[in-house]
Design a protein around this ligand. Sequence first.
Ligand code: GTP
Ligand code: MG
Length: 170
Amino acid sequence: MNIELPDLSLVCLVGASGAGKSTFAQRHFRPTEVLSSDAFRGWVADDEADQSATADAFAALFHLAGVRLGRGRLTVIDATHARRADREKAIVLAREHHAVPVAIALAPPVEVCLQRHADRQDREFAARVIRDQSRTVERSLKHLRKEGFRRTWVLREPEQIDAATVERVP
Ligand code: GTP
Ligand code: MG
């Protein structure tokens, strides 16, 4: 699948932990284009896993995303975006800056996320959290368009996620 992105997009990656969002972001975007909620937790709290820092981290992330969009820079938000309220904020921000709100959802089978989680040392939460996220994401997928994302892509199988290409279009 070739993902065509307008030059001034605000891209929301959507997917449970372990779906491969950060890997996808690293593969297809410049490091400076990607704003990750984990990195922002790190910046505001010196601990990427500090959930008490989430509100401050997102405030800082959205501020920087707004500054970038104001300067005409494509921006990617690397966060779970499982809940509608989280996606809504990004859509509002994109509209404020006349950017195109885009969703790229990575929705591999939950077993894939769970297996990757088991192989990782940097995530301490319970498997149940991933099951919940995965279910919430799955239920969200069919609503993305009517929530306001102008373009949406849903990638399901790991092979399909691996094979995806990203292209900028004017
Ligand atoms: P969170 O940041 O926890 O929300 O997860 P994420 O969606 O950003 O997943 P991430 O990209 O960090 O990938 C999770 C783990 O799966 C990492 O250890 C990756 O190396 C691995 N992984 C990601 N994509 C692939 C893939 O396409 N193939 C394989 N084999 N492993 C992958
Ligand atoms: Mg990640």
